[in-house]
Design a protein around this ligand. Structure first.
Ligand code: BGC
Length: 737
């Protein structure tokens, strides 16, 4: 397929039509999109309408060439624009002009708790997508973090629906300003990779509406997302990608979504269901796709000739066919046929700046001393140590490789070791452990003798060093933070726990830097003086890390999910295997609405690190909470404010968090739920006032019997804090209906 010839053919066809009919309405972009859609539809044959709904290549679907309506081009993924893929298979095309900026993974973006930065991220990634002539970017991912074993958590925005909603909306809006559609994924309940293609989730309506759907809802109703990606798994017996409840009733019915439901690649399973239950675009079914090698051609897709046959037999109503075609046309007019979109740009200094800002603001300082006898080692003064040793495979590994569809070919990459050397001078390095290659579905077996000698070498060097900076964690290998498999253990892989312990035995001056998109167990936490969580930071990794460790940037990231002390403490693991990972056929979400901190809080389970937690090199003092009234009516609102003062010696940023709890209710409610947050920047000694407006919708739960949101009158508590556990003030008020 020649991308450059096709537009010319379209242009000629379009020009011919104009001459014949004096500029058809659908080509006239001064007309409203709906008018153009209806005009285009009125000119199309049934075959042409049906053809809009399935792929013509691995990452492309057709327009209507006869009318000069162009095709669509898609690309992964949530944190960068993926390298070009072959037309018919998953192989890379080997282009030399498709390297991009790797932005930090979405767990890092969520950890910034900074919606403005999320907008910058969306703008930059949108510009890169435009430069690469993409019409649909397959992201962001907003599946809720249910278990730390999920291989794809790094592509999502954490465990809280409010945080994920607030963070995804600006990303989508700014991305789409470039004429590139977001494809918000994976709708819905794709909360694990093991058996993802068929696991049948049983979940209550309350958990659906209160936990798993709000971020998707915000993406549609506030972000205005133009596409949604249907997930692989099943819900209540039917595949999610063509699901009446998810697509017809909720997405297109309750939320009035006017865009396209796109399958995940290979997620469709049935022609009638796909036609009737809200699927608009089928992508990636076979043709050497996800599931198997096959001769299966595009016309053999479920929405291919089988769909056309059903239409002709009268089994699919014409309104359904028209509605699907209208949605695809709308998407084309918004993207590939939008003549006002910018040209875009790639790997620019501005994009690197945005990647850097997100990387530094998302980095979370987990521990810096224990406030008692143990002193923290951070920040590290550049000339304080003569001999610094960096240990760990992640210090030199390109973590943009592997992980599945979000893998990126980066134009530039500053490794941690490089960044630390630039900052601190001549730093020595020892690998410490070997992790093998990032391969989809396979792992390298590393001989024990290799592991032993790497460990011995690192320990020997550590004994002679003044400071050890350990850079490890997970990586993008199969069974780590990687698609198509879950982690097999909550512990660090590759013998890292033992390695950290052995290094500490010979050198107490040790900083541990963890790179991962997931929580991990930390059996050594009490002993290690300083620990930093850095996610996957992309292109600017080394610079961002060195600037945080040296104190040039004061860390201000807060955890977007809880780190359990042990895996059994996590709600999805607190029941039987049917609750996670299921019995390979079925899975029951027994923890219901008590996901993440809602569980730890309500059940009084002490986490390793709570949701919303993150330290700073300075300290913040919260003033007394002031409430404008201690009563609120159904039509009213009240204001809660508090001052926050930087009482340390350096400038810093604090995320002030508001949680709301219902004292007494006819249904089980979590102790408290996040309903607001503000990130503020404070100079040493500076004080600012933060105000939250409390409205009745913040008090609601989803009443599944009446199928509506509802707040019961009575006493409510407002908690303001620096994390879900570090509450600095509580106020109560009475809600009168
Ligand atoms: C993933 C999607 C991705 C698609 C296309 C699937 O395997 O689940 O997230 O966008 O492939 O690469």
């Amino acid at each position: 397929m020649n991308r450059f010839l096709l537009p010319c053919i379209f242009a000629f066809a379009a020009a011919g039509l104009q001459a014949q009919e004096n500029k058809p309405v659908y080509l006239d972009d001064s007309q409203p999109i709906e008018v153009r859609v209806q005009d285009a539809l009125s000119r199309m044959t049934v075959e042409e309408k049906a053809r809009l709904s399935y792929a013509q290549g691995k990452f492309s679907s057709p327009g209507c060439p006869r009318l000069g309506i162009p095709e669509l081009w898609y690309s992964d993924g949530p944190h960068g624009v993926r390298a070009e893929i072959n037309w018919n298979d998953w192989g890379y095309a080997g282009w030399t002009n498709d390297s991009c900026t790797a932005f930090p993974a979405l767990t890092c973006l969520a950890a910034t708790w900074n919606p403005e930065l999320s907008g910058k991220y969306g703008k930059a990634i949108g510009e890169e997508a435009r430069y690469r002539e993409k019409d649909v970017l397959l992201g962001p991912g907003v599946n809720i973090y249910r278990t730390p074993l999920n291989g794809r958590n790094f592509e999502y925005m954490g465990e809280d629906p409010f945080l994920a909603a607030e963070m995804c909306v600006p990303y989508i809006q700014e991305l789409q300003r470039n004429g590139v559609a977001a494809s918000v994924k994976h709708y819905a309940l794709n909360n694990q990779e093991i058996w993802r293609g068929h696991i049948d989730v049983e979940v209550s309506d309350r958990a659906l509406y209160e936990i798993y759907l709000p971020a998707f809802k915000a993406a549609v109703t506030r972000g205005g997302a133009w596409t949604i990606m249907g997930s692989y798994n099943k819900l209540r017996g039917t595949h999610a990608t063509h699901h009446k409840l998810l697509n017809n009733d909720i997405l297109k019915g309750e939320w009035k979504f006017d865009g396209c439901v796109v399958t995940d690649w290979g997620a469709a399973h049935d022609t009638y269901e796909a036609a009737m239950y809200g699927l608009d675009l089928e992508m990636g079914s076979y043709t050497n796709g996800l599931t198997s090698e096959s001769e299966f051609g595009y016309d053999d897709y479920y929405l291919g000739k089988a769909y056309l046959k059903m239409i002709k037999e009268g089994k699919i109503p014409m309104e359904v066919v028209d509605d699907k075609a209208a949605r695809v046309l709308r998407l084309i007019f918004r993207t590939s046929m939008n003549r006002n979109k910018p040209f875009g740009s790639i790997a620019t200094p501005e994009h690197y700046r945005t990647a850097y800002e997100v990387a530094t603001e998302g980095t979370v300082l987990l521990k810096n001393g224990n406030g008692k006898r143990q002193k923290g080692l951070l920040p590290i003064q550049p000339r304080a140590y003569k001999r610094i040793l960096v240990v760990g495979d992640n210090a030199v590994r390109n973590l943009m490789q592997g992980g599945g569809s979000s893998e990126l070919k980066v134009k530039d990459f500053i490794s941690p070791l490089q960044g630390l050397r630039e900052k601190f001078g001549n730093v020595e390095y020892a690998q410490g452990y070997a992790a093998g290659r990032p391969m989809y579905g396979h792992v390298d077996e590393i001989p024990l003798s290799v592991m032993d000698s790497l460990r011995e070498d690192a320990v020997r060097k550590a004994a002679d060093a003044d400071l050890v900076i350990y850079v490890g964690g997970l990586n993008k290998n199969h069974l780590q933070d990687c698609e198509a498999g879950d982690r097999v253990s909550y512990h660090l892989p590759f013998g890292q726990d033992e390695l950290i312990q052995a290094l500490f035995e010979v050198n107490k001056n040790m900083v541990v830097v963890l790179m991962s998109g997931n929580a991990v167990a930390m059996p050594w936490l009490d002993e290690i003086p300083s620990v930093v969580q850095t996610w996957y930071l992309g292109t600017m990794t080394g610079k961002a890390l060195a600037d945080v460790l040296s104190g040039d940037v004061n860390p201000s990231g807060k955890l977007p999910f809880t780190f359990p002390a042990k895996i059994e403490d996590c709600p999805a693991h607190a029941f039987d295997a049917l609750c996670y990972p299921g019995d390979s056929i079925k899975e029951i979400y027994r923890e219901d609405i008590l996901v993440g901190y809602r569980w730890y809080d309500t059940k009084n389970v002490e986490p390793l690190f709570p949701f919303g937690y993150g330290l700073s090199y300075t300290a913040f003092e919260y003033g007394k909470l002031k409430l404008s009234s201690d009563e609120m009516n159904a039509s009213g609102s009240i204001q809660l404010s508090c001052t926050v003062k930087n009482v340390g010696d350096v400038a810093g940023k604090e995320v002030v968090q508001l949680y709301v709890g219902d004292e007494k209710c006819s249904v089980l409610r979590p102790l408290k739920e996040l309903k607001g947050f503000q990130k503020i920047s404070l100079q040493p000694g500076e004080e600012k006032s933060v105000t939250f407006t409390i409205t009745p919708d913040m008090l609601e739960f989803f009443d599944d019997k009446r199928h509506e949101w509802c707040a019961e009158p009575g006493k409510f508590k407002l908690y303001v804090g620096a994390s879900s556990s570090d509450i600095r003030g509580i106020r109560e008020f009475v809600y009168n209906k």
